[in-house]
Write a protein that binds this ligand. Structure first.
Ligand SMILES: *[C@@H]1O[C@H](CO)[C@@H](O)[C@H](O)[C@H]1NC(C)=O
Ligand SMILES: *[C@@H]1O[C@H](CO)[C@@H](O)[C@H](O)[C@H]1NC(C)=O
Ligand SMILES: *[C@@H]1O[C@H](CO)[C@@H](O)[C@H](O)[C@H]1NC(C)=O
Ligand SMILES: *[C@@H]1O[C@H](CO)[C@@H](O)[C@H](O)[C@H]1NC(C)=O
Ligand SMILES: *[C@@H]1O[C@H](CO)[C@@H](O)[C@H](O)[C@H]1NC(C)=O
Length: 699
């Protein structure tokens, strides 16, 4: 349970205290105001809203870390599997809600939605071999045989039986099917067996197999769940958010489409799919006859003698599932800002898990709960952020980012008008090494935060030093694999996504447990502490800095690099000149804004008058809104919900660009020069909108 706090001050300066250049008078006023409104609260206040004491505050935040509390939160959250929409998942809701309520933050509430979730009721796979024996596969990976871990399945896979010969399709990429075609093998009327590769998600593997005429899909992973026999569960829904309320919030009592509606059914695959253990997959692989696997497929456990089929083995996969409307629950805890309560810094993590969820996602949840605990301590010692901070715990992320997406859809206008940044942590700790993705204007504030946090694996270094010597790359957030997607791709909020460890072998398996965490990923919870430190600090800095620490020169440079990569890909066949001109303009505005910010920052600390405050607020708003410029009301063709034209889901299935998704799609589908040009113009106009927003005014 959470730490009991005796005196958490619900301090709220509804009216900012009178502005005055004499600090002591302010402190006096603040103290009086405070005491009048909170007779039971106990000063002293280390941090009155008008003293610039940020370094002390940041040190205090870091020193309040505790690996013991984080580990106890994780232990409590991972006692039982807690798939969204099930009873144990409500227990995690209560746990998180009670924790935030006990901290007595300004407001803690549940945002409830009703969404269509998908569960298995009966699954079987039988294989009939050439010796006439029929084998029914064991499809579970839960060794403890307690029945509360859901059988590995693909959410939103259609119910039904598919029977046919098996064809091995390597990673299931389009080029793999082309390679099969070269050796005269078609998958039409067959079941395909695919091994998970680096590039394609399970949903895309199924989509391509469907296009190729396969009857069903079996997917396995050569990692074998870290050698433990783990099997990867996951969703195969297309797009994100509740399928029956596409584009609008799935509030209870609100409009829901019928499952048969084309807008709903097109988001589900037409053919069934299932995950299979490595053991079962290799039984099938060993029984295949037919042509040898193409040379380029020979890697990992696929050797030169591997045959691709079809033949010798016939598989019957049968899948009964149910799609049900379920209540899902986000928790949103609020720490009200003192001076700009209507500007928001949002920290978010999901709570629901396929199984026990020790890595995914509750390593992040335990970090979020600890940040809440530590923010409450800071509040108690007199701190109050300038801007409002929201701590959010999302539900049903595993089914397709549903909890966060519905919330973003419900609040899209308010987010657009007032959200400064969204900071996402899903799997806080899956292994070693710090990794992050960000929109480019946040790169420098992220690196600054890393400089303040001690490396969890080497006390002589900061996270920044290790990060620099190891990967040193901040990714761009075009992926659609966690809750930042709605915030960035739909609402245009500057975003960061962070994790420790590049990946982990027990992903979505029954082995993602507390026990696995302490044996493999973070025995002493020092990495959790580091992540909570970085995440919480970023929250404090973005909420407290009078002038937002956004670096638009870095954004301009990144756009320039994207333009260069695009130009290279196009080999001069289509001109990128409009883009170049727009980026040049953006670059100039970014420089002006940077100078302006520098001046205002100096003034902000010396001269606290109304005129400076107004100027600062106006500049901050321009920097906040510039990201929204990249949104386009029409969105990306074929994926119109995704509105961001710089970062968004890359052209499927094998994109060469990790940015400008609309242009990438046009190029990769061999569109006419006219269409590619149009897409270039759309990005051009998006960058022009961002420049205008950053510049402000109408000239
Ligand atoms: C399998 O059964 C079929 C039909 O019942 C029969 O023709 C065939 O000889 C059997 N094969 C083996 C290996 O027993
Ligand atoms: C039949 O073949 C399968 C696959 O090769 C094998 O696992 C099984 O043991 C065989 N059964 C018999 C009775 O030989
Ligand atoms: C596949 O198995 C299911 C369940 O055992 C059965 O109902 C179905 O008829 C089988 N399909 C075929 C084509 O034999
Ligand atoms: C916390 O860290 C200390 C120092 O490394 C260690 O002794 C302790 O066992 C850790 N606690 C937990 C719960 O891991
Ligand atoms: C696009 O053209 C290339 C080269 O002509 C070809 O290999 C590829 O299959 C085409 N792609 C599509 C989606 O038509």
């Amino acid at each position: 349970m959470s730490q009991p706090l005796t005196t958490v001050a619900g301090i709220s300066f509804r009216q900012p205290p009178p502005l005055c250049s004499f600090l002591f008078i302010i402190v006096l006023l603040v103290a009086t105001f405070y005491t009048l409104h909170h007779p039971d609260a106990t000063p002293p206040h280390l941090f009155s809203p008008n003293t610039h004491n940020s370094l002390t505050l940041r040190r205090l935040f870091l020193s309040s870390a505790s690996n013991a509390t984080v580990s106890s939160y994780l232990h409590s959250l991972t006692r039982h599997p807690h798939l969204a929409g099930t009873k144990p998942s409500l227990d995690t809701l209560t746990y998180v809600l009670t924790h935030f309520q006990s901290l007595r933050l300004d407001d803690t509430r549940v945002a409830e939605y009703e969404a269509l979730l998908s569960y298995p009721t009966h699954i079987s796979v039988t294989a009939r071999f050439s010796n006439n024996t029929t084998v029914e596969f064991d499809l579970n990976d839960d060794v403890s045989s307690s029945s509360d871990v859901v059988t590995p399945y693909h959410a939103y896979s259609p119910s039904g039986s598919a029977q046919g010969s098996v064809v091995f399709v390597n990673h299931g990429e389009e080029r793999d099917y082309r390679a099969l075609e070269m050796i005269g093998v078609s998958v039409r009327g067959c079941l395909v067996l695919a091994r998970k590769g680096e590039t394609l998600g399970r949903g895309v593997i199924v989509k391509i197999a469907e296009t190729q005429g396969a009857l069903g899909v079996l997917i396995y992973d050569e990692n074998d769940g870290g050698g433990l026999g783990g099997i990867e569960r996951g969703t195969v829904m297309r797009g994100i958010g509740d399928p029956v309320s596409p584009g609008w919030p799935g509030v209870t009592g609100g409009e829901k489409l019928s499952v048969d509606d084309d807008r709903v059914s097109r988001r589900f695959p037409k053919i069934p799919s299932l995950p299979l253990s490595l053991h079962n997959a290799e039984i099938l692989l060993a029984s295949l006859c037919g042509a040898r696997a193409p040379v380029e497929w020979r890697s990992g456990r696929v050797g030169s003698s591997q045959r691709v089929g079809p033949g010798r083995v016939v598989v019957n996969m049968t899948l009964q599932g149910e799609m049900k409307m379920k209540k899902i629950h986000n928790v949103v805890a609020t720490i009200r800002g003192s001076e700009e309560p209507d500007r928001y810094v949002i920290l978010g993590n999901h709570r629901d898990a396929w199984t026990y969820g020790a890595v995914d996602p509750n390593s992040g949840t335990s970090a979020l709960l600890d940040i809440g605990r530590r923010f409450a301590l800071l509040l108690e010692s007199g701190w109050r952020p300038r801007r409002t901070i929201l701590l959010c715990s999302w539900d049903a992320e595993e089914f397709g980012m549903i909890g966060s997406t519905e919330w973003v859809e419900e609040h899209v206008l308010n987010l657009g008008a007032s959200a400064v940044a969204y900071l996402n942590v899903d799997c806080a700790v899956q292994g070693s090494g710090f990794f992050a993705g960000a929109t480019p204007q946040l790169d420098s504030v992220l690196v600054d935060a890393l400089k303040l946090v001690q490396d969890p694996d080497d006390v002589t270094l900061t996270v920044e030093e290790t990060f620099k010597s190891q990967n040193n790359i901040i990714e761009r957030l075009s992926r659609v694999d966690s809750d930042f997607s709605g915030f960035l791709h739909h609402a245009g909020i500057p975003s960061i996504d962070m994790y420790y460890g590049a990946d982990y072998p027990v992903y979505h398996t029954a082995f993602d447990s507390y026990d696995w965490m302490i044996r493999n990923a973070d025995p002493l919870f020092h990495r959790h502490v580091a992540m909570a430190g970085i995440w919480g600090l970023l929250g404090i800095i973005l909420a407290d800095e009078p002038v937002l620490p956004f670096d638009y020169i870095a954004y301009a440079e990144q756009l320039q690099a994207h333009r260069d990569a695009l130009s290279k890909l196009l080999e001069g066949k289509v001109s990128v000149d409009p883009l170049s001109v727009a980026i040049q303009e953006f670059s100039l505005v970014a420089k002006e804004v940077t100078d302006e910010a520098k001046k205002l920052k100096e003034q902000a600390y010396s001269k606290n008058d109304v005129a400076v405050a107004a100027k600062r607020r106006e500049l901050n708003d321009r920097m906040m809104l510039a990201e929204r410029g990249f949104l386009d009301s029409e969105g990306i063709k074929g994926k119109e919900w995704f509105k961001h034209l710089v970062y968004g889901p890359a052209a499927e299935p094998e994109s060469k660009l990790g940015f400008f998704p609309g242009i990438a799609d046009a190029i990769e589908t061999n569109s006419s020069e006219g269409i590619i040009k149009h897409e270039i113009w759309r990005v051009t106009r998006a960058i022009q909108r961002a420049s205008k927003a950053l510049k402000g005014g109408f000239t």
